[in-house]
Design a protein around this ligand. Structure first.
Ligand code: CA2
Length: 147
């Protein structure tokens, strides 16, 4: 696989490991990146791992992934539940996208049960904590191979 897979993380995920460990666990974003990098290496995939608190920056990166990536994994954080802009950006790209959440959003508040981006995601992985990113890499590899 020549092109890298983009792993994009949305607002407040830079705070991982510092607060709310009962919901999001103890791993930091850097730990998560290291975990994803190790898994990607074992699968022979390259990754570009990023986090932003800005919706527009995430839109720019989705467009970049569409031009330069083989696939996309996105944990859009709270924008999952609010952003038509992210839905539109994901709709515009021609690569498979997998939506990931650390927590089980369906076991939480009602407002987290709806995702704008699930409609255009190839699949959704939620509730497994950091290993969810590894599962997503495996799923994405299957998607990329079969397309
Ligand atoms: O479960 C997930 O991965 C979420 O995407 C995380 C978002 C939340 O808004 C979604 O409903 C589900 C929030 C990320 C905030 O992360 C924090 C981490 C540590 C401390 C505070 C926030």
């Amino acid at each position: 696989m020549d092109k890298p897979v983009y792993i994009l993380n949305g607002p407040n995920l830079n705070l991982l490991g510092t607060r709310e460990p009962e919901v999001y666990g103890h791993e930091t974003l850097e730990d998560l990146e290291a975990r994803a990098a190790k898994k990607a290496l074992s699968l022979g995939m390259g990754i570009i791992f990023r986090q932003s608190n800005s919706e527009g920056e995430l839109v720019d990166w989705i467009q970049e992934a569409g031009r330069e990536g083989a696939g996309l994994i996105i944990n859009a954080g709270a924008y999952t539940h609010t952003s038509v802009a992210l839905l539109d950006a994901l709709s515009s790209v021609n690569i498979p996208a997998i939506e990931v959440h650390l927590s089980n959003i369906f076991a939480r508040e009602d407002f987290r049960h709806h995702s704008y981006i699930s409609k255009v995601a190839h699949g959704v992985i939620c509730g497994f904590g950091p290993p969810g990113y590894e599962f997503a890499l495996e799923a994405l590899q299957q998607q990329i191979r079969t397309n």
